[in-house]
Every structure is written in C-alpha cells, then in structure tokens.
Design a protein around this ligand. Structure first.
Ligand SMILES: NCC(=O)CCC(=O)O
Ligand SMILES: [Zn+2]
Ligand SMILES: [Zn+2]
Length: 330
C-alpha cells in the first residue's frame, strides 16, 4: 500500500480545489488604479515608457473612467502632474492649489462617481523645482520638520476637498503623526483614511513613473529618505513606527521584489490591511518581456499578482487594473 501521507495531488486536482489552496484571491475591491492628472484640461498623452498609460487632463477623466467604473473599478489613486513650469517652486506651493489638478479632480470624480474611493498620493516632488519629495536646506539636504509641516498641510487640504484617503509617499520622518494631527484638528480624522507608504525602497523601479509625473530629482537621488533595498529590519521599524503614529494602512513599494517585506508587514500587524504598489518599472518590465516573447503578458501579470497576495497584501495598486477588471469577469 502507498504511503498515505505522501499523497497531496488529490487535494488540488480540480480547478476549484486548486483555488481553495490559496489564502486570498484577487477581487475587484482589492485593486487601485493610478491616474496621472495634468493641468492641461484637454490633454491625453501616452506615456512612452509606461505602455497603455496616459497623462490626462480634467476633461478626459470622466469619459475614460466611465467604462472602468461600469466594469467594477472601485478605487483610484491620484497623482498631480503640473506641466506649466510656473507650477513648480522650492516648497511645492502648487501641490494643494485649489484650482490645481488634484483638488479639481477630487471634485469632478466625486460628482461623477459617488461610489468611487478616491486616494490622493501626497508628495512634493511633482511640485518642487528641484524634484525632491520635501523642502531642502541651502546645502541641498532635507529640512525634515518644514517638509512634514508642508506635507501635512497638503494632505489635510486634499482631505478637506473630499479625498477618502491620503497616502503620503514622501518618506519624511514623522509625517504620519503630522498628518494624523492635522486631520484631527480639521475634524476629519474619523472619516479620512491614512495610508502610509511605510516601506518605500529607493531603486531603479520608478523610472517610467518619473517620466509620467515629471518628478525626477534635478540633482542627487532619494537615497537619504527612501529605504536601502537590503534593509529588511529598517523596513520593519518604519512599519512599526508608522502604525504607532496612526497609519490605517501600511503600503510596501515596489511589490514583486519585496515580498518578504509585504510578509513582514502582515506579520507585524495581521489585523491591518496591507497595500502593495506594483510600480511602473515592474509593470513596464512585464510588458517588455512579453513583447520579447518571454511569456504571455496575462499569465505573468496574474502570477505576479498571486505572489503579492500570497505574501500578505490585501490591496494592490496596479497599472494592470483595467485588464484585471476584464480578466476577473472571465
Ligand atoms: N509615489 C509614487 C512613486 O514614487 C512611483 C510609483 C511608480 O513607479 O509607479
Ligand atoms: Zn515624491
Ligand atoms: Zn537625499
């Protein structure tokens, strides 16, 4: 007789029993779609390094999103992309311009799609002349306290404009606390979610995004505020700190090469939703490999998504969201 304990195949022989082996499966509610919004209302420009993605002006948003919302799109994350050079200065003044792309888009989207959950990325790099994520001293180093003050102001202004969630990606020390206190003071802490890009790693994966958002730093790099890619322990400390400072959701970014960090975040706080950002370079790489015949794009995208969920993510920010909305219907 065969050794009973050696038999596993019977447990996953059928497609349904295969699916039962997974702890979590992708649903439409887990997907968040990034939108790049310019200050030029009628613009719709393809981003060459980010296949199928566009920068859109305010007038193009609703027509573009209508079919996606009809297919079950539940959430978007907004990135403002001011193209006018006058929109950039040393402290990112235009980030919360009431007539600027982000605040105007919140209002347009809430009116057109009352059920859509609107997340605003909060950072200064799209709005600073130097392209760094905070305010700099004369010598080019970050002025952390001033940066936190400014970033908190911007976050609160997005919340006041109606954002359901603010998601600071700047990586300044203490900004979660600063934003939470700002939301409390504004009477908004009980209805606005604070998603921290707690573990955001420096590296090569953001290239296409920087083309899309025009946010490449004019000098230097972001290594003194984004995490070194070998820093698993430091990421755990950042996650713990941000939870203590009042983050409602922890994000890990990039996603696919940082599955250990996603898993650590889930372990550190099993009862907190964990988000993963499958970033521009990860997305573009899959497109390039599929175009080179390495694999079929859909299978690769699905396998990467599965890995991100398996590691512990319950929310995924993905440029593949429109495709997944279709694939999930099949
Ligand atoms: N705060 C957003 C990013 O820094 C980059 C995202 C991407 O590369 O897709
Ligand atoms: Zn930034
Ligand atoms: Zn730096």
């Amino acid at each position: 007789m065969a050794d009973i304990s050696s038999i596993l195949h019977g447990g996953y022989h059928h497609p349904l029993s295969r699916s039962w082996q997974g702890e979590r499966q992708l649903t439409k509610s887990m997907l968040v779609y990034p939108l790049f919004i310019t200050d030029n209302p009628d613009e719709e420009t393809a981003i060459s390094s980010l296949p199928n993605q566009h920068r859109r002006g305010l007038n193009k948003l609703v027509p573009f999103l209508k079919p996606l919302v009809a297919k079950g799109l539940k959430s978007v994350i907004l990135f403002g992309v001011p193209l006018a050079p006058s929109a950039k200065d040393s402290c990112g003044t235009s980030a919360d311009d009431p007539t600027g792309p982000v605040i105007a888009a919140i209002k347009i989207l809430k009116e057109a799609f009352p059920e859509l959950f609107i997340i605003c990325d909060v950072c200064l790099c799209e709005y600073t002349s130097h392209g760094h994520c905070g305010i700099l001293r004369e010598d080019g180093t970050l002025e952390n306290a001033l940066s936190v003050k400014r970033i908190s102001e911007v976050a609160v202004n997005y919340a006041k404009a109606g954002a359901h969630c603010v998601a600071p990606s700047d990586m300044m020390d203490g900004r979660i606390k600063g934003i939470k206190e700002g939301l409390i003071a504004a009477g908004l802490a009980h209805k606005v979610l604070l998603m921290s890009y707690a573990a955001k790693f420096a590296g090569c994966w953001y290239g296409p995004f920087r083309e899309a958002a025009g946010s490449a730093p004019a000098f230097g790099d972001r290594r003194c505020y984004q995490l070194p890619s070998n820093a698993r322990g430091l990421a755990r400390r950042a996650i713990k700190r941000d939870l203590e400072e009042g983050a409602d959701i922890i994000m890990v970014k990039p996603a696919a090469n940082f599955l250990d960090i996603i898993s650590d975040a889930k372990t550190a706080s099993p009862d907190t939703p964990i988000a993963a950002y499958h970033v521009s370079g990860e997305y573009a790489m899959l497109h390039a490999a599929a175009a080179a015949g390495v694999f079929e794009l859909r299978r690769a995208a699905e396998e990467v998504m599965t890995s991100i969920l398996r590691a512990g993510a319950t929310i995924v920010i993905s440029y593949f969201t429109p495709e997944f909305l279709d694939w999930l219907d099949e």
